[in-house]
Design a protein. Structure first.
Length: 233
């Protein structure tokens, strides 16, 4: 996860248009569940989507994430929302929501088909009857290119971060991030290994079906990776 770089996370992803994505998601929700009021964001990270969904779209928001440092940032960013620590596969809130969403390809952290099935079933169990589960997938198997390298650099008033990423040759995908972080105290190097997993279209559809959801696959979705939307009857 991003445990070592939580305070740098928002800067690294400063080019991501959370406002537009949240606006698109809100429009989609109004189409599927016109009276939706409550929303749970699973793997909410630092709360950037929830910030817009709570302030601009009027949802009563809740977030779940495994990383305590990112949750601390989210709580400060969106004080109106409620946040819990938990794994997407087994968190239990004893509450159901009009909408449960898992965005920014976070489902990839389930890693295996078995765990992805568990995650979808668990998230579906938190959806009210008539509500929806929205999952933004990670990359497709066809787009996984072993050895592919990507780099980016971002500067803020406090620090400069250069990040390089390489896709490692494992069965369903492992990503290694190498950071060079420079600030007033000098330059440090940080390495993070993200154990992830890509899943096929049929594997996603099967997971939603097993969870008792009527499913639709929408393209291009919020970022070009599509969306899986399941309605709970």
């Amino acid at each position: 996860m991003f445990t070592k770089t939580a305070k740098h996370y928002d800067a690294v992803y400063s080019g991501k248009d959370y406002a537009d994505e949240s606006k698109q998601l809100a429009s989609l929700i109004r189409k599927w569940v016109p009276e939706a009021k409550t929303l749970l964001d699973v793997a909410c990270g630092t709360g950037r989507h929830l910030e817009h969904l709570a302030q601009n779209s009027g949802f009563d928001c809740t977030g779940v994430d495994l990383d305590h440092e990112m949750l601390a940032i989210a709580r400060e960013r969106v004080p109106a929302a409620i946040f819990y620590a938990g794994d997407m596969c087994d968190f239990a809130l004893d509450v159901e929501y009009d909408v449960v969403a898992c965005l920014f390809s976070s489902i990839g952290y389930a890693r295996t088909v078995e765990r992805m099935n568990r995650a979808v079933a668990n998230m579906a169990s938190h959806v009210l009857s008539g509500g929806i589960l929205v999952v933004e997938p990670w990359i497709t198997p066809e787009s996984w290119i072993v050895g592919k390298i990507h780099s980016s650099t971002v500067e803020t008033d406090e620090f400069v971060v250069t990040r390089m990423m390489v896709a490692e040759p494992v069965e369903r995908g492992r990503v290694v991030f190498e950071y060079m972080i420079g600030g007033s105290n000098g330059i440090s190097r940080v390495s993070e290994t993200h154990e992830m997993g890509w899943f096929t279209h049929l594997e996603y559809v099967s997971a939603f079906k097993k969870a008792g959801l009527t499913t639709e696959h929408i393209q291009p979705g919020l970022t070009g990776r599509g969306l899986y939307i399941g309605r709970k009857s």
